[in-house]
Design a protein around this ligand. Structure first.
Ligand code: C2E
Ligand code: CA
Ligand code: CA
Length: 306
């Protein structure tokens, strides 16, 4: 440019014009990009808020219900408990998958409220049940709830409200809860176990649980994830990882629960290895409270699956 300049004045003027052009092009562009970003952040914030609000509204509108999946004891040949699974029937949408709304509730900080709501629904359902004392009721507890000061009062309130049925409450916690614990989860577990509540590690083998956590945390049951159960072959070929998990649980003095059992050969494989509790479509899908009661009434005699 300097070479084309006839004079210093002309040169400065050319430079000024170039700058003006640059500013006129890029300043509006960057303003537009900034505005777009701010709008996107606002939308994200709103959609998050509104999801939280939607969950709260759904609780208030009674859109959640609980389904109960029976758990079979191979020791007694009877159904000794259930796992409570939450369902959201959303008007206009239908059933929302629990892993989706539970993950959203965790992200949005409403999982404790949602679990408190769940406990209330179970209490209401159990008023109609005719289950014996000690019947296991498994409830899934998210890591945030496990390590909160709400857990102990929430569980005590549930135990008091269901005292007429004297259920044995089993808190199903994940490996993640153990890893993220800063001390409070452990104290909560100790307090509640001393009061007769039991604890199961859910989806065992799918997280990043170091085996040392198993020694550190006092738990009662180890729940084998359905992925391991589905690895059992119909020809009876060994499933070495599953075998090691079962052996490990027994060495640690824990009872094993296998979930996702759909086939008779899976049942045989597991019971031959001393798995105490079996849960899965082989016996029953999760049922609404009234359907569960009717189903349970028909199970008076010990059962051996076909
Ligand atoms: P999960 O705790 O591992 O629950 C077991 C899941 O396996 C349930 O899915 C159940 O319906 C399904 N299942 C049971 N038997 C069989 C079977 O024989 N075969 C197969 N393929 N699946 C079987 P669901 O109800 O869709 O729940 C998915 C996950 O959502 C649960 O996994 C749990 O992590 C979460 N969840 C459900 N309800 C609650 C809740 O009330 N609170 C919390 N925190 N999480 C919940
Ligand atoms: Ca569970
Ligand atoms: Ca599970």
């Amino acid at each position: 440019m300097a070479r084309n300049c006839a004079s210093a004045w002309w040169c400065r003027r050319r430079l000024g014009l170039e700058w003006q052009k640059l500013l006129l092009t890029y300043v509006p562009l960057s303003l537009l990009a900034g505005a777009l970003l701010a709008w996107a952040a606002y939308r994200l914030q709103r959609s998050r808020q509104s999801y939280r609000e939607q969950l709260r509204r759904a609780m208030a509108a009674g859109e959640f219900h609980v389904e109960y999946q029976p758990v079979y004891s191979q020791v007694t040949g009877r159904f000794e408990g259930v796992e409570a699974l939450m369902r959201w029937m959303r008007p206009g949408t239908g059933l929302v998958r629990p892993d989706i709304f539970i993950a959203a509730a965790e992200q949005e900080g409403v999982i404790i409220e949602l679990t408190q709501h769940l406990l209330g629904l179970i209490e209401r359902d159990m008023r109609e049940w005719d289950t014996p004392p000690g019947f296991h009721v498994g409830v899934n507890i998210a890591p945030e709830h496990l390590s909160s000061e709400d857990l102990v009062p929430d569980v005590r309130a549930f135990v008091a409200a269901t005292a007429a049925r004297q259920p044995l409450l089993v808190l199903e916690i994940t490996e993640r809860s153990l890893i993220e614990d800063s001390g409070r989860a452990r104290r909560n577990i100790d307090t509640l176990r001393a009061e007769g509540v039991r604890v199961a590690i859910d989806d065992f083998g799918t997280g990043h649980c170091s085996l040392s956590y198993l020694q550190k945390f006092p738990v009662d049951y180890l729940k084998i994830d359905k992925g391991f159960v589905h690895a059992i072959q119909p020809d009876g070929e060994e499933a070495p990882v599953l075998d090691v998990i079962i052996m490990l649980a027994h060495r640690l003095g824990l009872s094993v629960v296998a979930e996702g059992v759909e086939q008779r050969f899976q049942f045989d494989y597991l019971t031959e290895r001393g798995v105490a509790f079996i849960q899965g479509y082989l016996f029953s899908r999760p049922l609404r409270s009234a359907d569960f009661m009717a189903w349970y009434a028909g199970q008076a005699q010990p059962v051996v699956p076909d």
